[in-house]
Design a binder for this molecule. Sequence first.
Ligand SMILES: [Zn+2]
Length: 127
Amino acid sequence: MPVIRQTRQREAIEWVLRREKRPLTPPEIHELAKQKLPGIGLRTIYRHIKDLCDEGQMVGIDYPGQPLRYEMVGGNHHSHFICRGCNRTLDLQVEVEEVEVTPPKGFNVTGQETIFYGLCPDCNPDA
Ligand SMILES: [Zn+2]
């Protein structure tokens, strides 16, 4: 496959994730990337996701009971919000105070993730 076409596909994927500012499943990325590159296929999306993850530019967000979603690495540290109604996930800016962790001997803590749950406006009858 020509390099130029590959670059445009990858740019479309990065464009989607940076614009949405929330972790997305591959089918969600596919739907949105088609707005920029109508001919792009789901298999292509998966291939680029794998490349981007291998290069450390993208990470998978794997929460129990949730589909695997992806987001670009970098930018501000943020937490995630998951809607209990429709499983929509979005980024939350949270002021996190310094947390003291005491890992067991031999364990090395390299990151932390906080998940907030609730209802989005579509799922909240009181909204
Ligand atoms: Zn919802």
